[in-house]
Design a protein. Sequence first.
Length: 604
Amino acid sequence: MPQAHVLESPFDLNLPLNRPLRAMVQPPLEKLLCLPTLKSLYSEISGRKNSDFLADVLNLLSIQVDVPETDLSNIPATGPAVVVANHPFGAIEGVILLQTLRRVRPDVKVMANHVLSMIPEMREHLISVDPFGSRKSSKRNIGPLKEAIRWARGGGLLAVFPAGEVSSLQLRKRTVTDPQWSPSIGRIIRITKAPVVPVHFDGHNGPLFHLLGMIHPRLRTMMLPREMLNKQRRTVCLDVGRMIPAQKIQHFENDEKLTDYLRLRTYLLKHKREQATGLTPPTNLEGTQPVAQSCGPALLAAEIESQPAQNVLLEQGDQMIICAQGRALPAVLPEIGRLRELNFRDVGEGTGLARDLDRFDDDYHHLVLWHKKDRRIVGAYRVGCVDSIVDSSGIKGLYTSTLFKYDHKFLDALGPCLEMGRAFISKEYRKSYNPLLLLWKGIARFVYRHKRYKTIFGPVSISNDYNPLSRHLMMHFLKGHQEGTKALLKTVRPLTPPKIKARVPGGFKPGSIAAICPDIEDLGTAVADIESDGKGVPVLLRQYLKLGGQVLTFNLDRDFGDAIDGLIVVDLTKTSEKTLARYMGKDEVSVFRAYHLRMATHAA
């Protein structure tokens, strides 16, 4: 079949045929491609003086653009930056992206198909490339790639569609998505050292477009003008993700891994407008009780401030941390239960009872952060000395036994350990990191006083308040970072394994998440893009991972707002010295490590 060549504009064909045959073939072919309609529309707006061509195109086609105003703040107003976007339609998203970015700043260029440069009004906005992947196109693209680098390095905003071609039906992935993104975009970004902003367009072309593409890719390309007209009188939604700083870009091993991460960040924005629906509705909504009233500050202050010296772990300014068994805190423990319930309900968890207290609380120790001036409990942590509890009550005396099935083999593998859980920081104090820091300093003091405990473990919750996709991503990320836990994995299993119906967009396999996201901070930013309230990975989960924690398995807690509990284990003798010293103190860490080195030597 003879190829069509652009003559004067994208709307004129010049078929390489003799005149009579061209006169017979070309008009119906142009009509099939909808070129006369596009040419007529273009004639209405071409050559207008003092007019915004991009806005005119969208107005002429009656296309509305839906982009949240808050998203525009993610686009840097000045300085070098690169915007990456998916390519679902083939043409109109280039106009929309330019128009959207120019609402923030004027110095915008988009790297796009050289065919668009045949429209005079578009040339000033474009860096034209040949996306068809031939040897000639590779040579032809050297100049444009250099121009793109110069533009970004010079402080401009560069927008790119890394796929190079329009989204299509990917049979192996069973979804309509971009083909593989070009690693050369990753190379450009690394060279320019510019921050990156992901943008996602919602939607795709029609069934006929994808059907013809399965016969031959050129047939799909020929359908693009018709698909552009199909977008008339529609609303195109796009979402702008959080900026990825330049320093974060540089820690990816190579261009391919960087490009995969940018693609993932882009496609996750598809779910940004979804509200968290969870796995199933919480089972105890109908019977939810009002949260209990406080006993009042006077009674709490009297009990806390009269604790014996050995129960005071830490004092700093107006705050102090005490530690005592639940049965020794007749006023404080009910208040802890009240505050747990109040704060856990605030994040989509909770028991639905007036107080979150259980049969384990009396035997466990409670680290309580008390504000002397405010006369309020700022936060608390529950700590179980596993050896003592098992000696007196057996494994059933441990809270984690209600979530996970394990026996003495698991506990023996952990060695002397503490079970941690039921942590909270009261809402009024959450804006500051200091309360959590003080609680962890209290935990470190407790560990230092009882040096035999080298391991901490317990459930860390991912609440039902998260989008199912966010929970899905976090679980697979954590499963992908279980190095050195094979033996432990065989000794424990969940009582109720969670089943999340969520699919990672963009054709990604869930098992690839850990490889694409180098660390929890990268995942956290991705999760924040999905969540309507912008929350990232749970703070406590991040804290445990910074200490070197690893999640062994997951359980669905039906009695706690359908939270997913990850069973996390932290060997404090393997925590980095710098990190542990932040909580325990440099000299104390040296003593703690020396103690366990002696214990290991004696055991050998």
